[in-house]
Design a protein. Structure first.
Length: 86
């Protein structure tokens, strides 16, 4: 079982779908939490992976970061929308 902590916002849905598509041979349990609780879950060993606020990285000494993946924007954002052709 792989426990993954993700923020409880709609913009994390692509992460969930991606993990489910790529990690087929093991069961996944998602913990949908406020951002600060994702860091707490990882720090307390309640999950093996977490989507963290960048400010939370300083509290970890030994952490592996997955490059090229984030929820972010280049400039000001008034709201976030997720669109799909499916």
């Amino acid at each position: 079982m792989i426990d993954i902590a993700l923020v409880s916002y709609i913009n994390t849905r692509p992460f969930m779908d991606g993990f489910e598509a790529k990690i087929k041979d093991r069961e996944i349990r998602f913990h949908l939490l406020p951002p600060v609780d994702c860091a707490t879950h990882l720090h307390q060993g309640k999950c093996q992976m977490a989507l963290l606020p960048v400010g939370a990285l300083a509290q970890f000494k030994n952490i592996s970061i997955m490059p090229n993946y984030c929820i972010g924007a280049d400039g000001e954002v008034a709201s976030v929308f997720l669109f799909s052709q499916e």
